[in-house]
Write a new protein. Structure first.
Length: 303
């Protein structure tokens, strides 16, 4: 068991390091093609920090452990809002951009609701994966529209050679880390007698959410609250539409009836985020405290 825990920890470290290199290289590369900073944040940063979820879920599907996918994605989305934004808003008030409040958070809620509706037959099918993929393309079109309105550029940090090296190393590390996490998490669940649902919703979800945690907390400390919230919302959209959509194109994803409650918790977390920012367009410390309390109650339910 100790060996499995050490391999799991090593897998998480490799995942986070690979995702960090990928984001760094891809962000610098995007600057060469004059892609606005806003779009870089909503696409490369959000998708890059979700790369562990995507890779772990795809590897799990290939290894006939597709049930880990739902637990990983839903668990990560709950953690992203209740834990990561909860901690970030305790550090400083997180102001929210108008577009995030009016469009991106509602679209995140819509994506979660779509997953909830698709779960009625306890499996996410190929056709439903195509629908999620279509929604994801629509989201990318929206981001393209934003890029036409925002011409702000980010400073180029690396040469093209360094950018490509970081991207390739990042992808390689993420793939290796994913294999380590999936194999060790599966072994742990068998040894301890815990369900793959519990492992996916807690241990794997927390490990794959580490990039979002680091990105959002650092952004909050630097006073870049829009990055903190935008990164989380973008990652949650990516997790459902791209990760679940892609895996369901490879094989049907089993959706245990227990996951219905977890998706409801994810939906409720998103609604709480949205409602909390209606009045003052910001997340305050009281909201962060309540988010952490809500997650504590949810964890007790899982136990």
């Amino acid at each position: 068991m100790i060996q499995a825990i050490l391999v799991l920890a090593l897998g998480f470290y490799v995942l986070v390091k690979g995702a960090d290199w990928f984001v760094e290289g891809a962000s610098s590369l995007a600057c060469y093609f004059h892609i606005p900073q806003l779009v870089i944040g909503l696409t490369i940063c959000a998708m890059g920090t979700s790369l562990p979820e995507a890779s772990v879920s795809l590897v799990a599907a290939i290894h006939d452990n597709a049930q880990i996918t739902i637990g990983n994605v839903v668990g990560s989305n709950i953690l992203n809002i209740l834990i990561i934004l909860g901690i970030s808003s305790l550090i400083t008030r997180l102001k929210i951009q108008k577009s995030t409040f009016l469009i991106e958070i509602p679209f995140m809620l819509f994506s979660t609701l779509a997953l909830l509706i698709m779960s009625k037959d306890e499996v996410i099918t190929f056709n439903e994966g195509m629908i999620l993929g279509a929604f994801f393309l629509g989201y990318l079109f929206y981001l393209y529209f934003l890029s036409r309105k925002n011409e702000e550029q980010e400073e180029i940090k690396h040469s093209l050679l360094v950018c490509f090296t970081l991207i390739l190393l990042g992808i390689f590390f993420v793939i290796i880390g994913s294999h380590l996490v999936v194999n060790s998490a599966t072994s742990l669940s068998t040894m301890i007698g815990l369900s793959k649902r519990f492992i996916g919703l807690t241990v794997v979800a927390f490990g794959t959410s580490l990039p979002e945690l680091v990105t959002s907390v650092v952004a909050a400390k630097k006073g870049k609250a829009d990055i903190a919230i935008g990164n989380i919302v973008g990652s949650n959209i990516f997790n459902i539409l791209f990760v679940v959509g892609s895996v369901s194109l490879i094989c049907p994803i089993p959706f245990e009836s227990h996951f219905f409650v977890d998706v409801l918790v994810a939906l409720g977390s998103g609604l709480f985020l949205w409602i909390s920012t209606i009045k003052n367009q910001e997340l305050r410390r009281i909201h962060g405290f309540l988010m952490l309390v809500f997650y504590g109650l949810y964890f007790l339910y899982l136990c």
